[in-house]
Design a protein around this ligand. Sequence first.
Ligand code: PGA
Length: 243
Amino acid sequence: MLHPRILIAPTPAEAGRLAADQFEALIQAKPACVIGLATGSTPLHLYRELIAREKAGKLDFTRVRSANLDEYKGLAPDHAQSYRRFMQENLFDHICIKPENTIVPDGLAEDVSAMCQAYEKQIEDWGGVDLQLLGIGHDGHIGFNEPCDHFPTMTHEVALTQMTREANKRFFASIDEVPAAAFTMGVGTVMAARKIVMLITGADKHEIMRKAFFGPVTPEVPASILQFHPDVTLICDAAAWGE
Ligand code: PGA
């Protein structure tokens, strides 16, 4: 069992700055790096910090390529709740990254298997992910890999659990509007990243953080697989860490 590097910050904003430090170090060392990005509330401080650092001249996204973890099935890229739109509004529209260098699974894909294979191939053609950002769901999901009886390897379609749909309904008019399915990188896709940064904030994530990093490795807690990754940095705010 390998152990993550653990960084604890007093606040979510400070946790975002620590995560930004990881991206800054990578982009300075490898300007044409490949980053894996995530949506949700947790990375917002990080994204604001990355935007500010590029504006301040500390970072340059011109040559960076990015692949997002997941997308809701059935949502068009410009849908208010699509993850493509989230990324545009919260990061891509404010930095110098080239549109053709950003990929998000296509929520409207008709040939799901072809789309998923092409997604994997694009990441491979770019040379693999250098730094993958992850959040964690209350059920231990990473991307949209929900608890199940195995660790899915490649990008694939998943049915969302009731817990995830409940957690995400805050962004929709009602739970009925939360898509029932999504496309997500597999656990194998995530584990292939050379370096992983998991950002966890809020007391409501304390219990799942303990299970994922200090409990048994099981597909019932998909994030627990990270215990087998050789380069994981876990960044928690004090509330998630339990102080
Ligand atoms: P959150 O989502 O950052 O909105 O809590 C995390 C996740 O579900 O992976």
